[in-house]
Design a protein around this ligand. Structure first.
Ligand code: URA
Length: 194
């Protein structure tokens, strides 16, 4: 049921031609093969080169980091479903590098993410990085540095903000912070179950 609705949605996303400025790779399906029936959705930023190649979110180095962090929370990729805020891959230097999605791309893709979340209907959304947090929190006032690891309720979702797993690649000091947050996430999920 969810799978069919997702497939129909992803077909439409593949046909999407985003009018926003900035170079990008689009029209390639990057979708999770995780568990659409789960109550836990992880919200990333946008696919990168490796994700476009393999067609799954968090397939590259960021995915390897994520797998390690998930383990600390007592989770595997089969326990969660991963979606991205922006569906195409924002690039620069003729596709040689990724770039942060712009406001137009985030706004334009909001329609897809809203539909995706309506289908998946999760109880918990773990946001990875500031793009996902701002998209979901809806405001500029929320900063990942101030609210990581501190869950809040947004409409019908419990939101758990996290640093993006790739942040630790560039700022080694963040690795420990992210590890602590994932341990906290595991404890919090177990408490919610009781
Ligand atoms: N980073 C993200 O935010 N999403 C991906 O799918 C891969 C890396």
């Amino acid at each position: 049921m969810k799978e069919k609705a997702l497939q129909q949605l992803y077909q439409r996303i593949m046909d999407c031609r985003c009018p926003c400025p900035g170079e990008k790779t689009g029209g390639i399906l990057v979708r999770d093969r995780g568990n659409p029936a789960t109550r836990i959705v992880f919200l990333g930023e946008a696919p990168g080169g490796e994700e476009i190649k393999q067609g799954i979110p968090f397939a590259g180095q960021a995915g390897r980091n994520l797998a390690g962090y998930l383990h600390l929370a007592g989770l595997t990729r089969e326990d969660i479903f991963i979606v991205n805020t922006v569906k195409c891959r924002p690039t620069r230097n003729n596709g040689r590098a990724n770039r942060k999605p712009g406001a137009c791309e985030i706004k334009y893709c909001a329609r897809w993410l809203d539909e995706e979340l309506a289908i998946l209907s999760p109880g918990v959304i773990v946001t990875l990085g500031d793009v996902a947090l701002k998209r979901l929190g809806g405001g500029k006032s929320m900063r990942i540095g101030n609210c990581h690891g501190r869950p809040f309720v947004l409409e019908r979702y419990a939101v758990f903000p996290m640093y993006h797993p790739a942040a630790a690649i560039y700022r080694r000091a963040l690795a420990e912070v992210i590890e602590r947050d994932f341990i906290k996430l595991g404890n919090w999920l177990r408490e919610m179950k009781q």
